[in-house]
Design a protein around this ligand. Structure first.
Ligand SMILES: Cc1cc2nc3c(=O)[nH]c(=O)nc-3n(C[C@H](O)[C@H](O)[C@H](O)COP(=O)(O)OP(=O)(O)OC[C@H]3O[C@@H](n4cnc5c(N)ncnc54)[C@H](O)[C@@H]3O)c2cc1C
Length: 284
């Protein structure tokens, strides 16, 4: 029987599996952790919940539902994909062979090592402006980063925040920054606050008071896997057509790794589409 491997157990990967499993395709999902949703404390913009739900609970519900349908979910880290007659997926623990693959590994958000950053995650430190801007409306916020992604997050915060400062942590910003966004290039020493973020302390001893810090230190990851089998990528996203197909036959991608709106609803939609596309590909 032809089989599929889905790399990722987030909304995109699990959504894809719901379709392939129910179509009778032998499917394995491989995931290494809870992905982006593991960092989301409260989701209140996804259909079907009368109360906010934590990212971890949403993921657990998704995985449990897929298991009920017979999903084979493996906890492991994928190190590479290659192709020789069939796809070969190399993980830390094993090697798997597949006729078709869906990459649903999300967008890895590079996190700099700054004292206080991990401790204040979810309490003033966010990784998603579109998701969390609402919680910081009318407040002073900052974006940590110096590239296009950081500018994108800063622009998303401008309409609702009192002020937006781009903190480049010693780097020069690569894109041109509009006047409405303040730029501070000083190296950061630590992030401080009692129960939530209050102050950014710079290495020269000066400080900046902010209620929110959005980490946008570049996006990397999923494209590395795609590139290993020769699939085209652009600006840290995997290029796909309208059927979620990459430029390599049998290799599909879904969710945050394809760029655009990084939200659960889009990941679930693309996962479903990729699942359907795999079914069609394997039945040909
Ligand atoms: C702090 C935060 C808050 C958010 N809040 C919201 C919100 O309120 N509403 C909303 O709609 N969206 C929100 N998002 C965005 C949302 O979480 C993502 O859009 C969504 O999870 C993307 O789903 P995905 O399946 O594409 O990727 P992910 O959920 O990131 O899943 C990726 C999967 O791939 C796996 N993986 C990655 N690399 C490997 C590897 N090498 N080997 C094996 N497995 C691998 C991971 O373990 C994981 O299972 C938030 C994100 C963050 C970070």
């Amino acid at each position: 029987m032809p089989n599929a491997i889905i790399i990722g157990t987030g909304p995109a990967g699990i959504s894809a599996a719901l379709y392939t499993i129910r179509a009778g395709i032998d499917t394995i999902n491989i995931g290494k952790d809870h992905g982006a949703l593991g960092k989301a404390t409260e989701i209140e913009n996804y259909y079907g919940f009368s109360q906010p739900i934590s990212g971890k609970d949403l993921i657990s519900n998704g995985i449990e539902g897929a298991r009920r349908l017979g999903a084979n979910i493996i906890s492991d880290e994928v190190l590479g994909i290659s192709y020789f007659d069939r796809f070969i997926v190399t993980t830390k623990e094993n090697e798997y062979h597949a006729d078709s693959i869906i990459i649903a590994t999300g967008a890895s958000r590079a996190t700099p090592k700054i004292s206080g950053l991990n401790e204040l995650e979810g309490s003033g430190i966010s990784y998603c402006a579109v998701c969390d801007a609402f919680f910081y409306r009318g407040k002073d916020v900052a974006v940590l980063g110096a590239g296009e992604y950081a500018l994108h997050e800063a622009l998303a915060l401008l309409p609702t925040s009192k002020s937006v400062t781009l903190l480049t942590n010693g780097k020069q910003p690569s894109p041109a920054i509009p006047d409405e966004i303040k730029v501070n290039t000083k190296a950061i020493a630590s992030l401080q606050g009692n129960n939530a973020l209050e102050t950014v302390v710079f290495q020269d001893g000066t400080t900046l008071s902010v209620s929110g810090l959005f980490v946008a230190n570049g996006v990397a990851g999923s494209t590395d896997l795609a590139k290993k089998v020769g699939a085209a990528t652009e600006n840290n996203r995997i290029l796909i057509d309208e059927n979620m197909a990459t430029t390599v036959p049998g290799l599909f991608a879904a969710g945050d790794c394809t760029g655009g709106l990084m939200q659960i609803s889009k990941a679930v939609y693309e996962g479903a589409k990729a699942g359907m596309a795999v079914i069609k590909f394997l039945r040909k």
